[in-house]
Design a protein around this ligand. Sequence first.
Ligand code: GLY
Length: 299
Amino acid sequence: MPFKKTIIVHGGAWNIPDQLIELSKTGVAEAAQIGMNTLTRGGSALDAVEAAIRSMEDKVYFNAGKGASRNSEGGYELDAMIMNGATLQTGCVAAVRNIFHPITLARKIMEQTDHILIVGEGANKLAEKLGITEQNINNLLTQQEAQLHTQLNKTTPPTVKELFAGDTVGAVALDTNGNIAAGTSTGGLPGKLPGRVGDTPLPGCGAYADNQSGGASATGWGEAIAKVVLSKQACDLMANNTPPQKAAETAINTLTQKTKGWAGLITLNQKSETGTAYNTSRMARALMKEQMHQPQTTI
Ligand code: GLY
């Protein structure tokens, strides 16, 4: 029997301000719909995750791609990963500059190299070889987007205790063959040190997928998420038959207790069961299963 096509996406946790609520909901709904359209056309879970994340990387109000936060020197260094739950193949990229769909570069690293993670200058050189053109963010933004971008990327970086607006984006999908894929993309912590890498491109931290357990994608404070290997933790719980909702809640509770950090997590298993948990004030997310007329969106 075919599996039930499903996609769950998040547009980041933290303290999404009131004026961004509707935009964030629209952004995650669109991403879930794009992911489901991909699955409906016969695309794989990997195709759906990549397509959904690309659409969020295009939105200036999410902290990924075009909307990435600046580091302490005013530059952009982007991280992403994608994972195939059928094979455990993984592609990750970190601290890459001027590439506004790092999720696509991560997938190419997974499928076209023998490596898992490529960083910095090496990632930019590889992108060029693979036909991904570098672009300056300022050339990509419309005037309206540029204004919002400036407003969101405050010049004084917040401390990690001061919740900032929005974060990392991510998606987990299940296709009709029962394959699960997960991915995540981010500009990282605003005001981070140049070269700093958080959880997002680290397998098991920013995301994880294994058909036999399920998939997960994280958002939040990378230094805390990595300490508890948040996404793998939820997948291990699902491997022991813990439902995805309980797995997400347990993983976030562990993070809270052990690190006092802030994060959010989405989960999905082969039964098309999903979960969402976060200990921040908000987290934008959307869910779409086959036969639903439109994504279910929450913040
Ligand atoms: N979760 C994104 C980061 O900490 O870089």
